[in-house]
Design a binder for this molecule. Structure first.
Ligand SMILES: [Zn+2]
Length: 385
């Protein structure tokens, strides 16, 4: 297969030859006219495949208030009324994101002392079902806390033994009220099992910063540099810039990455400042049509636009940064290797009609082609049978 007259994210233009599932060669562009933009496979650094209600009749959001705890409670009600297994709705979401060009993702999966490992088993089925098409990394996520849901630490450990890839966490202070107890439980398992960590941290202000500092210190002490991420980290966007910069230095020095989805209702971390200080910054969808959010569709090009919109990005380089968060940066955090558009890498590509990468981010055009290992798996936004 040859992709003619393809503009790459860096603006260069080539005819790209694909062979045996890989990128075989770049030839001079056969036409001077702009045609298509060819992107690397999109990467969703934070999704919840077990929570989505995608494909079910509309279920109104039932959260009684605006706190994390209110949403956890509302989700219990929705889950109790659920008649369709999570493997089915999770598969609905995987099909939808594949059609939009996402071929790698990190999914958090709820674990607590009521659910036990049920959701993990459901999403392991989804991972198996799509194993030839997408990579799904699984985070064992203590959605109800660890200390306030006794038995959860043992379940998290069992989840890793059964196939989860990383340990999750949730607001050590805001939910569990015990910074050292919560982090101690997570890092003990992570160290023993030799796996990474990805912690949801909504707690804002200086209290949130103190938790980021503690995570950075434990990461360095455990030798887990480069394997730890904090998702959301709203605190970084809610304190004076000098404090955010100091914290950024600590995060960078400890190899802790930050995930942002371009939040609508909270302070967004200062993404450019973080990157300037050496922090790996990546993107994800977070909630998609679930008990937490009625919104979302898993389209990572649209997510790059939303991140840029929330971060007040305007220049092409800024849009390229937002795009990097949902491609190369997320791939590095997930350990997807080899990745990118180069001779010899897997031909996992997304083709859109646009004149440049920045235009593609701004307009989020329909995906003309999604290519997995040299084979077309979706055309015009629809999976091929
Ligand atoms: Zn999340």
């Amino acid at each position: 297969m040859i992709l003619h007259n393809a503009t790459l994210p860096d603006g260069s233009r080539h005819d790209i030859a694909l062979k045996d599932g890989r990128i075989a060669a770049f030839h001079p562009a056969s036409s001077a006219q702009p045609g298509i933009v060819v992107l690397p496979a999109l990467v969703d650094g934070h999704i919840h495949l077990d929570k989505t209600l995608l494909g079910l009749p509309w279920i109104p959001n039932q959260a009684a208030g605006n706190r994390v705890a209110d949403r956890i409670e509302a989700e219990r009600k929705v889950r109790a009324a659920r008649t369709v297994p999570e493997a089915q709705t999770g598969a609905n979401l995987v099909r939808q994101v594949m059609a939009s060009g996402t071929l790698h993702m990190r999914s958090h999966v709820d674990i607590d002392n009521q659910l036990k490992l049920r959701n993990l088993h459901e999403i392991l089925k989804v991972r198996e079902q799509f194993r030839d098409l997408v990579t799904i990394q699984i985070v064992a996520f203590p959605q109800s806390g660890i200390l306030r849901s006794p038995g959860t630490a043992e379940l998290l450990d069992a989840a890793i033994a059964e196939g989860a890839d990383l340990l999750g966490g949730l607001d050590p202070v805001g939910i569990d009220g015990d910074l050292d107890g919560h982090l101690g439980a997570i890092f003990a398992i992570a160290e023993r099992r030799g796996v990474g960590v990805d912690i949801h941290l909504h707690d804002g202000g200086e209290g949130g910063i103190a938790q980021l500092e503690a995570i950075a210190r434990r990461t360095a002490a455990a030798g887990l540099q480069g394997k730890v991420a904090v998702s959301h980290a709203f605190a970084l966007g809610s304190v004076p810039i000098e404090m955010a910069a100091r914290t950024a230095d600590l995060l960078a020095g400890s190899g802790v990455a930050i995930m942002s989805h371009g939040p609508g209702g909270a302070a967004i971390p200062p993404l450019k400042l973080l990157r300037e200080h050496g922090v790996e910054v990546f993107g994800g969808s977070d909630n998609i049509r679930d008990a937490w959010s009625p919104f979302g569709n898993g389209d990572m090009l649209e997510r790059a636009m939303m991140i840029g919109y929330r971060a007040n990005f305007r220049h092409d380089e800024e849009l390229a940064f937002a795009f990097d968060m949902v491609t190369a940066a997320a791939a590095r955090v997930l350990g997807v290797e080899p990745y990118g558009i180069a001779v010899g890498t897997p031909a996992d590509l997304v083709v859109v009609e646009a004149g440049s990468l920045a235009e593609a981010v701004a307009t989020r055009p329909r995906r003309k082609l999604v290519i997995k290992a040299g084979r077309i798996i979706a055309r015009d936004g629809v999976l091929v049978p």
